[in-house]
Design a protein around this ligand. Structure first.
Ligand code: C2O
Ligand code: CU
Ligand code: CU
Length: 434
């Protein structure tokens, strides 16, 4: 990696990688020989040249999840396909006003996105602030689940696993089972957390310490919020200030979560189990942090109702394809499965749209839109507090959400989909052109 005045040259290769997890030798897929891949640190205004080498033996590509960059040409174009052994030169231009925050990258090859992410292809991207928050320490926590078979290869998913959304037996932090993080008492830390799980919802707790949430995804609250529990859907990120209380050793945990079932009687149900993720050990002499408490960042822009120029309703559904559930189920948006050649939505450049996203199915679907962030306005009829902007929003089983989106700055063709990536691969994705 090299950097001169806003120009970055990066290289990223994807290949089968061996590593040790929990004392066991296993084979995963890695970027640059590691799982997770390297954290990419960039700044607003940067021009990034990224040479991608596909050493996987199968087709893949790269998506920069959440970055507000062009989805066309050789930028964040999910329609690019890089064959086995191929190389592709990506080029991204971040605007001077690109929001800082936590983003991430993963493959986006329709049909195998879930499989390739689950096997280890993910990494964090940090867009730095012009004036970074003063903290004593920063950590990037990429959380992802995975399962292995008896040979130490990544487990393959059954048809039912795919319909429910596959979840792993191990929930790893930066590729490790239950790592220990050591902090000095009184320290003020910034945690950049990525939910890189293929399907698993995370309900994070860190009892005994103070967690202050700056925002989810690229969104920023008007003021940091004290939280006991942090729910991250697949694809969500959190930017959190953690204040290490002297003498408290805690475990970062994720709690069980029920994200619904396949509907039919006796059908499999997704009962996500809880897990211990990391030990947080506070050791040493107590000292007050030199870092001041974080205050308001820039006031977030509020997309108000009066500004809305167009409204739409989108419907997420699961339906039998005939022959009973064993034959598989269709995962649709507005009654259709993904077709690359079709444009499903075509907002005008500059429009501010309000979308009501309805879920008629018996499972939760985390809804993701590329490039243009969504302001979450209402969940199941309940108004959302303050300005809450994110790029993956919860659409509960049998429920609905209302979001507002400003289609400003960037035009082009890209996708929106369920971020349970098995559902995306099964067709729960549409094409949008602005
Ligand atoms: Cu995280 Cu369309 O993806
Ligand atoms: Cu994305
Ligand atoms: Cu889904």
């Amino acid at each position: 990696r090299s950097s001169t005045a806003g120009r970055l040259d990066l290289e990223l290769s994807a290949a089968v990688t061996s590593m040790t997890i929990d004392g066991r030798r296993v084979r995963v897929l890695g970027f640059e020989g590691a799982m997770p891949g390297p954290t990419l640190r960039v700044r607003p205004g940067d021009r990034i040249a990224l040479r991608f080498r596909n050493g996987l033996g199968v087709t893949t590509n790269l998506h920069t999840h959440g970055l507000e960059v062009s989805p066309e040409g050789n930028s964040d174009n999910v329609f690019v396909m890089i064959p086995a052994g191929g190389t592709f030169d990506y080029a991204y231009e971040l605007g001077d006003d690109h929001p800082p925050g936590v983003f991430w990258y993963h493959p986006h090859h329709h049909g195998t996105t879930a499989e390739q992410l689950f096997a280890g292809l993910y990494g964090a991207i940090i867009v730095e602030e012009a004036d970074p928050l003063p903290v004593d320490r920063e950590r990037v926590l990429a959380i992802a689940d995975i399962s292995f078979d008896a040979n130490g290869d990544v487990a393959t998913a059954t048809r039912f696993d795919r319909m429910l959304g596959r979840e792993g037996d191990l929930v790893l932090v930066n590729g490790q089972a239950l790592p220990t993080m050591v902090a000095a008492p009184g320290e003020r830390e910034r945690w950049r957390i990525v939910n890189a799980c293929t399907s698993r919802y995370l309900r994070l707790r860190l009892d005994g310490h103070r967690m202050r949430l700056l925002g989810i995804d690229a969104g920023r609250y008007a003021e940091p919020r004290d939280v006991d529990e942090l729910v991250l859907l697949p694809g969500n990120r959190a930017d959190v200030i953690v204040e290490a209380v002297p003498g408290e050793t805690a475990v970062l945990r994720t709690l069980p979560f029920d994200r619904g079932s396949m509907g039919a009687m006796g059908a499999p149900r997704s009962a996500t189990t809880g897990a211990d993720l990391a030990r947080f050990v506070v050791r040493g002499d107590a000292a007050a942090s030199a870092a001041p408490s974080p205050a308001t960042t820039a006031a977030p822009r509020d997309l108000r109702e009066e500004e809305v120029t167009a409204r739409r309703t989108l419907t997420l559904a699961m339906g039998g394809m005939g022959g009973g559930m064993g034959q598989g189920m269709a995962f649709t948006i507005d009654g259709r499965t993904f077709a690359e050649g079709r444009i499903d939505l075509e907002p005008a450049a500059g429009a501010i749209e309000e979308w009501t996203i309805v879920n008629t199915s018996t499972m939760d679907h985390p809804f993701h839109l590329h490039v243009w962030p969504m302001q979450l306005v209402e969940v199941d009829g309940a108004p959302v507090d303050g300005v809450d902007r994110r790029d993956v929003v919860p659409v509960p089983a049998g429920g609905r959400v209302v979001v507002r989106i400003a289609f400003e700055g960037i035009t082009g063709r890209t996708v929106y989909h369920c971020h349970i990536l098995d559902h995306e691969d099964l067709g729960m994705m549409g094409v949008i052109r602005v």
